[in-house]
Design a protein around this ligand. Structure first.
Ligand SMILES: Cc1ncc(C[n+]2csc(CCO)c2C)c(N)n1
Length: 222
């Protein structure tokens, strides 16, 4: 049987495509995305990652065994030690400091998405939480692979190239595939057909919140 991730992607294909092929992504790939859109996205994404780290910390707590605890801890460390640094580095080129980033007002889209993920995990078990986290981790993996050969043009080319470079890397592809395996293994233990409709609802909602997050960036350039 195919793993849970493939099943969810098939069942939520329209939401999934709207997210992974969003105009924000395609215009980043050709370099036409306006700077204010990217800058707003990146600033909000820093706040997103703070709450996403809390969600990973919740996964440590919700883990039923030591192996799952370690897997969640490794994810938490990657976000706090690697991913947040990319944002700090890119924002520094516009003179925005780490401290300013941390204290930016949070957009409704950031609030909605991060608190939805946390709520899904608080209310449910590790599987519900992994499914809420999945569009974020696995979607960026797909976006990176789809745009491996992208050669953005124009004044933002270097920043967009740097961004794609992070998610198109072999290391990232491996981290994403480890996450999919981890979620699929949890599903092998916990998923029942009776539960599936709820799991699918969580995945669909988180995927739609990802598309809204891109849209928030685009709206900032209007
Ligand atoms: C809105 C939004 N969605 C997804 C990611 C990607 N992301 C978030 S945490 C993480 C590391 C997981 O190990 C990755 C790749 C993002 N930055 N912002």
């Amino acid at each position: 049987m195919a793993g849970l991730f493939d099943r969810l992607k098939t069942d939520c294909s329209s939401e999934w495509n709207a997210y992974t092929r969003h105009a924000f992504v395609t215009s980043m790939a050709d370099g036409t995305l306006p700077q204010p859109a990217f800058r707003t996205y990146l600033q909000q994404d820093y706040l997103f990652l703070i709450h996403f780290s809390r969600a990973y910390a919740l996964a440590v707590y919700k883990a039923p065994g030591l192996a799952d605890m370690r897997q969640a801890l490794a994810g938490l460390k990657t976000i706090m030690d690697v991913e947040m640094d990319l944002h700090v580095e890119l924002c520094a080129t516009w003179g925005i400091t780490k401290d300013e980033l941390e204290h930016m007002p949070e957009a409704s889209e950031t609030l909605a998405y991060t608190r939805f993920v946390l709520e899904s995990g608080l209310r449910g078990d590790l599987l519900d939480l992994q499914v809420a986290l999945a569009p974020c981790i696995l979607g960026y993996g797909e976006i990176g692979q789809q745009n491996r050969a992208a050669t953005p043009h124009g004044p933002m080319a270097a920043a967009y190239q740097r961004w794609f470079g992070e998610y198109a890397s072999d290391e990232y592809a491996e981290a994403a595939s480890d996450f999919a395996d981890w979620m699929n293994r949890t599903a092998d233990v916990y998923l029942t057909e009776a539960r599936y409709s709820n799991v699918r609802r969580i995945f669909s909602q988180a995927t739609r919140l990802e598309a809204d997050f891109w849209q928030m960036g685009l709206n900032a350039a209007d």
